[in-house]
Design a protein around this ligand. Sequence first.
Ligand SMILES: NC(=O)c1ccc[n+]([C@@H]2O[C@H](COP(=O)([O-])OP(=O)(O)OC[C@H]3O[C@@H](n4cnc5c(N)ncnc54)[C@H](O)[C@@H]3O)[C@@H](O)[C@H]2O)c1
Length: 360
Amino acid sequence: MAQSYRCALIGVGKAESMGNVKGGGHQIAYTHSNALLADDRMELCAGADINPENLAAWRTRFDVAAGYADYHEMLRVEKPDIVSICTYVGLHRVMIEDCARAGVKGVFCEKPFLASPADVRAVREVAAKTRVKITAAHVRRYSVVFELARQWIAQGEIGEPLLISAGLPGWDLSEWGSHWLDMFCFLNGDVAAEWVFGQARVRDFRGYGHAMEEHGVAYVGFKNGCRGVLDGGQALGQPYTMLVTGTEGEIRFCNGENGPYFIHTSRSGWEEVAPPAPQPLWVQNFQKSFNALADWIEGGSEPTIGLSTALATSELNLGAYLSALRGDRVDLPLTDFTVNEWPLEALARKAKTAGGVTKT
Ligand SMILES: NC(=O)c1ccc[n+]([C@@H]2O[C@H](COP(=O)([O-])OP(=O)(O)OC[C@H]3O[C@@H](n4cnc5c(N)ncnc54)[C@H](O)[C@@H]3O)[C@@H](O)[C@H]2O)c1
C-alpha cells in the first residue's frame, strides 16, 4: 500500500470568501483542503491560524478536529509530513524555515513565493541544509492546456519561440502575475531568464499585507533569445489573452487557460483547439501538486513545481520590481541578496516622498 502523508495547513483562509476581489480573502486554503480530502494518499490532520473566527469556520467546513492558534505548536504536536503554507508572501520565508527545522518533509507554499532577494537566499540555504522538499503553488504547470502548448512549442509546431506576451487587466505582476511569469518560463521550456526590465506605477494601494502597484510591466530576456512581456494592470488585446509568437506560427490562449485556444502555423493556418472536455477541475491541479511533492519525498525527481523553478520565477518577479526601483536592467540569476523587503514598499515610499504622486 502506498505511503500516506499527514498534512497540515498554515493560514486556513478568511471565514468569508472575498471572491476574486484584489487584496486577499480568496480562501485558497479551502482549495488545498479540498484537494487533500479528495486524495487517498493524503490525510488532512490539522490547521493553524492566528484568527480564531477563520480557524473555527475552516474546522467546521472540513470537519478537522485539530486547530491551533500558533503554527509552531501545531508543528510540535502534530508532526505533519507535509505542510501547505496558505498565507501572504511576506510570511512565507519564516514559515518555510520553521517547517524545515521542525522536520517537515515537504512544504507546498502559495505564490507569490518569496518577498525579497534575502528570502531567496535563506530558503535556498534551508533547503540545502535540511533537505526539506519545497514546492510552490505554480499549479498551472499541471493545467492540460498549458502542458499541451509546452509540448507543441518543444516539438517546433510554431518554429522557434520569439515572444510570449500577456496582459492582466486590473491586476499586477505578482499576485496574479507570478502565475503568468511562471507560465512564460514553463512554455519556454524553463530556459533560464538572463535579464528583466521592470517599471511600475505605485501609489497607496495595499493588499495581501504589502504595497501593490497600480500598473506594472516586465520585459524579460530568456537565454534562447525568446522575450516575454507581461502587462500587470492592463489587457494586451483581449483580456487575459496570452500569445506565444514563433518564427513559424503562433499559439493564442483566449481567456487564460479557459479557452478556446488556437494554434496557427505556416503549415496549417489557424486551427481552433477546444479545451479538453470535460474541463479538468482547478482542484485537480492542486491534487497533482501534492502527489508530485509526495513522489519527490519518496525519492522521485524534482517536480516541475519544485524549488528550482519556484526560485527562478521568484527571482524574475522580484527582479522586475528591483529594476523599477533602480531604473536599470536587472541581470539574472540575482547575485545581490542584501535587499530584505518586498521591493514595492521602497517604490511606495519613493512615490510618496517624490510628492504629487496622484497626478497622472
Ligand atoms: N494558487 C492560486 O491560484 C491562488 C489563488 C488565490 C490566492 N493565492 C495566494 O494565496 C495566498 C493566500 O491568499 P488568500 O486570499 O487565499 O488568503 P486569505 O486572506 O483567505 O487567508 C489568509 C489566512 O492567513 C491567516 N494568517 C495570517 N497570518 C498568519 C500567521 N502568522 N499564522 C497563521 N495564519 C495566519 C489569516 O488569518 C487568514 O486566515 C496569497 O499569497 C495569494 O496570492 C493563490
